[in-house]
Design a protein around this ligand. Structure first.
Ligand code: ZN
Length: 502
């Protein structure tokens, strides 16, 4: 076989693997949106089978031999796309061969059932319904981490699955920076919390009207409904079957529009990134988002830095009034701006304001490390959770529903994932500031309802790169520094200092 013929075969195999993964994603999406509760066991089997087929194909002799051949022959040459194809496949291949097929399938089966158990436990407010599932997930997670291998720290092996190249040391340094500023800031704000009123949003609004307004906002900022759709789920998420078919979900609180609106804007940030991945790289390992921190930078940027700005509401307030006749007549832009930025230490991460959000993440980051290093038993998790909530956020959950059971992630086996939320949150500010530096008109364009300049900058600098570079290389190219909490902390101190008159 010529080298070129080998490339061709290699890319065929990569395309088939991509098809199988996307098909598994469709099953996962359906499970969280439309599947009846009775479908859980069967769906768990189907996903486990598909996962095993993917694992067998990826780790089979053909992929391994072609990969080693193409690498040994230096077949990628100076072609950046081909170099990235080999790098990304090597990464997936090494991860897959290190994890035995049985363990991979068992992990999918256990987490698939656990997700339903979590949903029921959360519904009934009973941690014990979920506890045995989480115990098994922690065991399997440790087995996976040990199989993947690490230099000094088991947690690094897990972190690397979501943020390639990141280490616990590096993430600890970032959290130290956040902790040192955010906790004192929160304590400065505590006596002043009552000064900002979110009354304008505390009113019952029809679900249909909420969804109509949310869809209007999402379309205006640039999510393409010809290549995507929005549904409802218990925990909002985004999933891509193709850059031309990206699914978002949100959830509705009949008494607070902010729930559906900001969940949707958040997911649309993820969705626009997925829709922006160059179509020519579809069905290749390069046509993907390189890390979850990068992914989250887009959702947090649209949700907070843009979606909670005065400029955003200067444009959308008249639309809000049209969508809900009579409900927002007496409210001006400043009142809406204050209402959507109200700080309040709360139980639920997804409803947290920008000041307290990273404290919620810090709690999960610390607890999951303790589960993995064995210093915390799953049975003691609810108590440990409540204690940390009180320490960092000054509130104590009244039930496991608004405490330890609020997030779906651990039921999915996503341990090592949470810190990427904070990485994304700080990167959101870095990227928005980089865009505004090049295009100072971005804020005034947003106030006029034109989101194209900021979207275009993200497209050119971030989306168009897909996985052409490693996350570290891409961050270096775009920010010059990599993850840096300082711009985020300056943004928070400036914004909330002004809002609360500190
Ligand atoms: Zn997100």
């Amino acid at each position: 076989m010529t080298t070129e013929a080998k490339w061709q075969r290699f890319m065929e195999l990569a395309g088939e693997l991509s098809d199988l993964s996307r098909a598994a994603a469709v099953l996962g999406w359906d499970q969280q949106t439309y599947m009846p509760p009775g479908g859980g066991e069967a769906r768990a089997q189907q996903r486990a089978t598909l996962q095993r087929v993917i694992h067998e194909r990826l780790t089979g002799a053909e992929v391994g031999e072609l990969l080693a051949d193409l690498e040994a022959q230096g077949a990628a040459g100076d072609d950046p796309f081909r170099k990235a194809v080999l790098r990304e496949t090597r990464r997936m291949y090494d991860q897959a061969v290190k994890i035995p097929a049985d363990l991979a399938a068992e992990f999918v089966r256990v987490t698939s059932v656990a997700m339903n158990a979590w949903a029921r436990a959360r519904e009934e407010g009973d941690f014990d319904l979920f506890r045995p599932h989480l115990e098994r997930i922690v065991e399997l997670t440790c087995e996976r981490a040990d199989a993947l291998g690490y230099t000094t720290d088991r947690y690094d092996a897990l972190l690397d699955l979501y943020e390639p190249g990141a280490t616990r040391d590096e993430v600890n340094r970032i959290f130290d920076g956040l902790r040192g500023t955010l906790i004192p800031l929160l304590h400065e704000l505590l006596p002043k919390l009552g000064e900002v009123d979110d009354g304008p949003f505390r009113r019952e609004l029809a679900r249909e009207s909420q969804m109509a307004f949310v869809n209007e906002v999402i379309a205006q900022i640039g999510f393409d409904y010809n290549r995507g759709r929005m549904d409802l789920s218990a925990h909002p998420f985004t999933i891509s079957f193709s850059p031309n078919d990206v699914r978002l979900t949100t959830r509705i609180d009949p008494n607070d529009l902010r729930m559906a609106l900001y969940s949707a804007i958040h997911e649309a940030g993820h969705g626009m990134y997925e829709q922006g991945i160059p179509a020519r790289w579809e069905r290749t390992p390069v046509g993907a988002v390189p890390s979850l921190g990068l992914h989250e930078s887009q959702s947090r940027m649209w949700e907070n830095v843009i979606g909670r700005s005065r400029e955003f509401w200067a444009f959308f307030l008249p639309k809000l009034r049209q969508a809900f006749p009579g409900e927002f007549d007496g409210v001006d832009v400043d009142a809406v701006y204050r209402a959507v930025n109200r700080v309040e230490p709360s139980y639920i991460r997804t409803e947290a304001d920008e000041v307290t959000y990273n404290l919620h993440i810090m709690i999960r980051y610390e607890l999951e490390q303790a589960l993995v290093d064995g210093s915390l038993a799953v049975a003691d998790l609810p108590g440990a959770w409540d204690a940390k909530m009180e320490e960092y956020l000054t509130v104590r959950p009244r039930s496991v529903r608004e405490g330890v059971l609020q997030d779906v992630h651990w039921s999915m086996g996503s341990i090592g994932y949470f810190p990427t939320y904070s990485l994304g949150t700080i990167l959101a500010v870095q990227l928005f500031e980089a865009a505004c530096k090049e295009h100072p008109e971005i804020p005034s364009e947003i106030a006029a309802g034109n989101f194209e300049p900021v979207r275009h900058w993200m497209q050119r600098n971030v989306y168009d790169q897909a996985c052409l570079y490693t996350p570290k290389e891409l961050l270096e190219k775009v920010t010059g520094t990599g993850y840096d909490p300082e711009p985020y902390l300056a943004y928070i101190k400036g914004k909330y200092g002004e809002l609360y008159g500190l």
